[in-house]
Ligand binder design. Structure first.
Ligand code: BT5
Length: 258
C-alpha cells in the first residue's frame, strides 16, 4: 500500500489553493459529511478531506460507495463558487474532467465519463462523484464535491452487480495514488479557475460523455424509459428522445447503454 499521508500529498503538489488545507483520516464515516460540517463552520475554499477508508461512504440517492481500505482515492473538496444553484453541475463537470485528464496523462488509459457523475474505463465504472450544495436564495453558499476512485482495487471484491473496475486492473500494474491525486487536483484547479473566470465547461464535458448518441435505459425516481440519449443542455441536464418521439429532460437519474 502506498502512503497517503498529508506530507506525501503536499510534497510535489502544484496547486495554488486546492488541498492546501488538508484533513486526513485513516478511517472516517464519509469525507463528504466531514467536509459539509467544515464548510458550515467557514472552512476556506479548496479545503480537502481525504480518507483511507470510509465506514459510511455515500453515493447519490442514499446509495453506498464501497471501497476496501488503502485501495482507493476517497476525498471531498470544498468550493465557494459565484454561481447560481442551477449551475451546480458545473462543479461535477470540472472535477470529472480533471480526473479523466489525470488518468489519461498518468496511465494513457482512455478514461471517459458517463452522465451524470461516473468515471468510466472500458465501459465499467472506475469512479463516482457526489456533489452536494448549500444555497440561500439564488446564491450558492458552498459546494462539496466528493470523489471515489478505484485505483489499486481488485474489482471482484465488490458486489458483482456494480459493473466496476479499477485503474490497476485495466493497466495491469500498481498505480501511485499520490501522483494521481496530485495531478487530478492540479487539473481540477485549472478548470475551476476557468469556471470562476466565466468559462462554462459544458462543451468539453459533453465531448467526454461516452453515452451520448446511444440507445439507453433511463432510470429515475419516477420510472424507467428507453430512448436515445441525444444531448445535454446548458445546465448539464440530459435530453433523452423517448421511443414515442417525445424529448424527456432529466436532471437526476441513471442511464445504462442498451
Ligand atoms: C456515486 O454515486 O457514484 C458517487 C460516489 C461518491 C463517493 C465519494 S467517496 C468520497 C466521498 N465521500 C462519500 O461519502 N462519497 C464520496 P452513484 O452514482 O449513486 O453510484 C453509487 C453506485 O455505484 C452504488 O449503488 C453501486 O452500484 C456502485 N458502486 C459503489 N461502490 C463502487 C465502487 N467502488 N466502484 C464502482 N461502483 C461502485
Amino acid at each position: 500500500m502506498d502512503n497517503l499521508s498529508p506530507q506525501a500529498i503536499l510534497e510535489g503538489l502544484r496547486t495554488q489553493f486546492i488541498a492546501r488545507q488538508l484533513i486526513y483520516y485513516p478511517v472516517i464515516d464519509s469525507t463528504n459529511t466531514v467536509a459539509k460540517s467544515l464548510a458550515n463552520k467557514g472552512a476556506v475554499e479548496g479545503t480537502m478531506v481525504i480518507a483511507e477508508e470510509q465506514t459510511m461512504g455515500r453515493g447519490r440517492l442514499g446509495r453506498q460507495w464501497l471501497a476496501p481500505g488503502g485501495t482507493s482515492l476517497l476525498f471531498s473538496l470544498i468550493f465557494r463558487p459565484n454561481l447560481e444553484p442551477a449551475r451546480v453541475q458545473g462543479l461535477t463537470m470540472i472535477c470529472a474532467l480533471g480526473i479523466r485528464q489525470a488518468i489519461r496523462e498518468l496511465t494513457c488509459l482512455p478514461a471517459q465519463l458517463k452522465w451524470p457523475n461516473d468515471i468510466m474505463l472500458h465501459g465499467r465504472k472506475v469512479g463516482g462523484i457526489l456533489t452536494e450544495m448549500s444555497s440561500t436564495g439564488q446564491h450558492l453558499d458552498y459546494v462539496i464535491v466528493g470523489i471515489g476512485l478505484n485505483v489499486n482495487l481488485q474489482a471482484d471484491l465488490l458486489p458483482a452487480g456494480f459493473n466496476a473496475t479499477s485503474i490497476s486492473q485495466e493497466l495491469g500494474q500498481f498505480v501511485s495514488r499520490v501522483k494521481l491525486l496530485q495531478q487530478a487536483l492540479l487539473c481540477i484547479e485549472k478548470r475551476y479557475l476557468a469556471l470562476r473566470a466565466g468559462c462554462w465547461p459544458l462543451a468539453e464535458w459533453a465531448g467526454a460523455l461516452d453515452t451520448l448518441g446511444q440507445r439507453v435505459t433511463l432510470h429515475t425516481a419516477h420510472g424507467t424509459w428507453q430512448g436515445v440519449a441525444e444531448k445535454v443542455d446548458d445546465e448539464g441536464a440530459l435530453l433523452v428522445r423517448l421511443d414515442n418521439g417525445r424529448i424527456k429532460r432529466v436532471t437526476e437519474g441513471d442511464i445504462a447503454p442498451l
